[in-house]
Design a protein around this ligand. Structure first.
Ligand SMILES: [Zn+2]
Length: 455
């Protein structure tokens, strides 16, 4: 008999509940309904860590006041007794982050379609910056003069910067990888630029991000053969160069990135090597690039099986609701993806039952909000009909939908409350039954979304 565990969230503060359900018979998933979920026990879990964390503040003054805190500390608040899901408080120098967390992607010091004030109002605790693009324009020297990316953006909460490695995939035709580093041809002026592990870290030191990513040798998850093994070993060697190059280990947390493609032996070898290094956290990289879901999940769970329990686990480039829920169950804490902002610009509003294509005629006279249960500013004020009309004459519709979509993703507890139970049950049903998932319809397009946004 197998029990399935559920971890649910509501409101914005830790209200964590475990729900155990009775064993699930293997049957046609189309016949499944909520009545099959038999809740047998509920456990309220602990409040935030006293003394060791602090709430996000809105002023830069508060940033300085707390910046002497330890650079990173992970406290596990609750763990699911059956799945690998867990709720944690990640204490960073700017404020505490409740995990699981979705981190919106700001490519060049801003999130497209949303202001910093609006992002704060949505209770976003951490967002991403892009080292490659910020290193190109406006450049690390200028940003350092503005007291780093926090000061440049006037963002008082946490920042994670990537290493520039992803551009090896997104700008493949403009890059060449050698042991020394990656040579890019600038899309702006055609000049060649060599990005080494040391230079990536130097730029990220100038940006002053709370979490920095190592430069890794990234290959698409659909690539097979010796190139995958070469990239894995090189990523380990580059990790050591990044660690040696970090001038601010007391203030900036460097995360390693597990590579190895879809080859379990290579990924395990990478895990064995990288976990020997004393880094503050680990990312799972090289996935979500169009591979089959079966392969994707196997690599995620293999990785979380061998990553240290006491350190944060960041699954890179994952942002679809189903993927978030499943990968939380597989033990991941942090996620990022450009999907919610990019899809908003095409008029697609995310809702618990899928998405609304607000450009379609059917919404022209629909006076309901995007989601009647959503508390975001867009849903509190505007109707689907209004947003539909705006698309004909004004870019404001994109901004309004971006706010809704970011709210939907950032307030991950909203999604969990509405979907986690059903989705995780579906996942277990399908994983352990003859009715296996085929590739998710979004699987192929995920990397395309990311590429279009970041490149
Ligand atoms: Zn909304």
């Amino acid at each position: 008999m197998i029990y399935v565990g559920f971890l649910c969230f509501w409101e914005t503060q830790p209200r964590v509940v475990f729900v155990l359900v009775h064993p699930v018979p293997q049957k046609d998933p189309t016949q499944m309904n909520n009545s099959q979920v038999n809740r047998t026990s509920l456990f309220k879990m602990a409040a935030p860590i006293p003394g060791s964390t602090h709430e996000c503040e809105g002023s830069m003054a508060s940033v300085k006041a707390v910046s002497s805190a330890a650079p990173l500390a992970l406290r596990i608040v609750a763990e699911c007794p059956v799945s690998k899901a867990r709720a944690c408080t990640l204490a960073l120098s700017h404020c505490a982050v409740s995990t699981p967390v979705f981190m919106p992607v700001g490519t060049q010091g801003t999130l497209k379609g949303i202001t910093i004030d609006q992002l704060e109002d949505l209770d976003c605790q951490i967002c991403l910056g892009n080292t490659y693009h910020l290193g190109m324009r406006p450049g690390p020297e200028l940003i350092e003069k503005a007291n780093g990316l926090h000061g440049f953006m006037k963002w008082s909460r946490n920042l994670l910067t990537d290493s520039g490695g992803f551009q090896m995939v997104s700008l493949l035709e403009l890059s060449e990888v050698t042991e020394e580093g990656v040579t890019f041809r600038s899309p702006y002026d055609g000049k060649e630029i060599l990005l080494t592990p040391e230079q990536s870290i130097a730029i990220q030191n100038s940006l002053g991000s709370d979490i920095m990513m190592q430069l890794d040798d990234v290959v698409s998850s659909t690539v097979k053969g010796p190139r995958v093994e070469e990239a894995m070993h090189r990523s380990v060697r580059w990790l050591d160069r990044c660690i040696a190059g970090n001038k601010n280990p007391d203030r900036q947390n460097l995360f390693a990135i597990i590579q190895g493609g879809l080859d379990a032996k290579l990924r395990k070898a990478c895990l064995d090597e990288m976990t020997k290094r004393d880094v503050p956290g680990f990312a799972i990289g090289g996935l979500s690039g169009g591979e089959q879901k079966d392969d994707f999940w196997k690599m995620v769970t293999l990785s979380t099986d061998h990553l240290p329990r006491e350190k944060p686990r960041y699954l890179m480039g994952v942002g679809y609701a189903l993927d978030l829920v499943v990968c939380v169950a597989l033990g991941c804490d942090m996620f990022d993806c450009v999907f919610p902002t990019r899809t908003a610009r095409f008029g697609s509003a995310l809702v618990p039952w899928g998405s609304l294509q607000l450009k379609q005629k059917q919404y022209a006279k629909d006076f309901k909000p995007i989601d009647p249960d959503c508390k975001c500013p867009t849903c509190r004020r505007h109707s689907r009909a209004y947003l539909h009309a705006l698309f004909k004459s004004d870019t404001a519709a994109m901004h309004h939908i971006t706010i809704h979509n970011i709210s939907y993703q950032v307030i991950i507890n909203y999604m969990f409350l509405n979907q986690y139970l059903v989705l995780l049950l579906s996942f277990h049903l399908l994983l352990f039954s003859p009715y296996r998932f085929s590739a998710h319809p979004h699987a192929v397009s995920a990397s395309e979304h990311h590429r279009a946004e970041v490149s």
